[in-house]
Ligand binder design. Structure first.
Ligand SMILES: [Zn+2]
Ligand SMILES: [Zn+2]
Length: 217
């Protein structure tokens, strides 16, 4: 279980998402073409069958007055049930290919669902939120859980030194940098994104390390 946790934490989701989309496309397209080729005899038979059926129905419709035709039409209708017996039996290869294809197509949504859960697990761990809770929410609500997570995360403060998300505090839990910024002019606590101090109205200069200094303007 610990190995899995480490793996999820090390996952690069941008790369994984691209690989996943490409792989899914290849499986769906190639699998579809291959299955179509393996079943080309049956597909042709189905088309011919459909055309014959349509023709016979038209005969019945247009020759409504002709009893003989009607009876023939009636005869035909009795055998109009879709009967698999009149199709050529698929080869063993075709059966294996189609079952594998159906199985892989079922795996794609499953893999997508698990990927979303893994992303929630990693993202929640990085923000010091309850990873178990978010993974379970991902299991049941998937994308809705991701949206809810992004909303909750946007309410957290971000360390300007290392980018870690966290609940408001004095120091960053990851790198120890100060999370509070004081106006250099009046010493009041200010939001690091502010342009002007809300207490004394001085312009706030932001240096590279994210520390704020009040300046006269
Ligand atoms: Zn930090
Ligand atoms: Zn100030």
């Amino acid at each position: 279980m610990n190995k899995l946790q480490t793996k999820i934490m090390e996952m690069d989701f941008k790369k994984t998402a691209i690989q996943f989309i490409l792989l899914s496309l290849i499986i769906v397209v190639l699998g579809g073409i291959l299955t179509g080729l393996m079943f080309r005899t049956q597909i042709n038979e189905a088309i011919t069958y459909h055309q014959t059926y349509e023709n016979s129905r038209e005969n019945v419709r247009y020759d409504g007055e002709n009893r003989e035709y009607r009876e023939r039409g009636h005869d035909h209708e009795e055998s109009d049930y879709f009967d698999l017996g009149q199709f050529t039996k698929p080869t063993i290869g075709a059966t294996i290919v189609s079952i594998t294809y159906a199985f892989l197509c079922l795996l794609i949504p499953l893999a997508y669902w698990l990927l979303v859960m893994a992303w929630l697990y990693q993202a929640a761990s990085k923000t010091a939120m309850n990873k178990t809770l978010w993974t379970i929410l991902g299991l049941f609500f998937n994308l809705a859980a991701v949206i809810a997570f992004l909303i909750v995360r946007s309410l957290l403060s971000v360390c300007s030194s290392c980018g870690a998300y966290q609940k408001a505090g004095t120091f960053c839990r990851t790198c120890g940098a100060s999370l509070q910024f004081k106006c250099a002019e009046c010493g009041a606590l200010i939001d690091e994104k502010d342009t002007y101090c809300s207490h004394c109205g001085k312009l706030i200069m932001h240096d590279n390390k994210g520390k704020s200094t009040g300046l006269n303007h």
